[in-house]
Design a binder for this molecule. Structure first.
Ligand code: SF4
Length: 245
């Protein structure tokens, strides 16, 4: 099969996967609770190595005490740490949240920036967090959010052979047909990863993607994890596509 044919067949498969996931999860909002872009940024920073459920338990008290960038920038760091302690890595997260809030005030006029390259200047913000904030707070798709679920499912579905999130994102940006679908893709893969394609014991028999998935019902290791089937990709190594302005 030629490179072009492999690429286009992956695009067709990704499109069919997306159609089915949209049917299965017609409404798929962000599962972090927030009222403003700053609060979404903070919640997303807190979600690193932590479940959204746990973050949502912490943020009501946190946002009641420190609701915006001004309050967070001037917060007593020990108090801030104590409010977010149960999310893990709380010292680092508190430092990043305060640092990001100060930069938002000093450099961005109190508003979370709307461009990837500016968001990446904020402490504690990498592409995953930036993509979540851009898409859910502003409706801007500049990249594909790659969290642990997107990473696992994209592998199992044979859409990437990489383990590095940046490279996975680059593969997905090429395979997924339209940038406006990028977050539709990621959020639904997250939903499907939580409900069906779990890290351990994925429920392939109940999965609507089974006939499209090279990992469906493959043997499992002793740990219960599915052996990852790697599908050779025909995607040339190139820089990330320019985001839409
Ligand atoms: S068929 Fe199995 S491995 Fe493939 S996406 Fe569905 S649950 Fe995951």
């Amino acid at each position: 099969m030629s490179i072009t044919h492999k690429s286009s067949s992956q695009q067709q498969r990704a499109l069919e996967i997306l159609i089915r996931l949209k049917r299965l999860y017609p409404v798929a909002p962000c599962t972090l609770n927030y009222k403003t872009p700053v609060q979404l940024l903070v919640a997303t920073i807190l979600s690193a190595q932590c479940t959204d459920e746990r973050v949502n338990q912490v943020t009501p008290a946190l946002f009641a005490r420190f609701p915006d960038a001004i309050a967070l920038a001037n917060a007593d760091i020990i108090e801030l740490e104590n409010l977010i302690r149960s999310t893990g890595f709380y010292r680092n997260k508190a430092k990043n949240i305060q640092g990001a809030s100060r930069l938002i005030l000093e450099k961005f006029g109190g508003e979370v920036p709307k461009r990837m390259e500016l968001l990446l200047e904020l402490p504690g913000v990498a592409r995953k967090t930036a993509n979540v904030v851009l898409s859910h707070a502003y409706g801007i798709n500049q990249g594909v959010t790659v969290d642990t679920h997107v990473k696992r499912l994209s592998h199992r579905l044979g859409l990437t052979e990489h383990t590095d999130p940046i490279r996975i994102e680059r593969d997905l940006m090429r395979i997924l047909p339209h940038s406006e679908e990028w977050e539709n893709w990621s959020i639904r893969l997250v939903y499907h990863g939580r409900a069906i394609c779990k890290a351990r014991n994925p429920e392939c028999d109940a999965c609507v993607l089974a006939d499209l998935c090279p990992s469906a019902n493959v043997s499992q290791s002793n740990s219960g994890q599915v052996s990852i089937v790697t599908v050779p990709l025909a995607i040339p190594e190139e820089p990330l596509p320019n985001p839409p302005r």
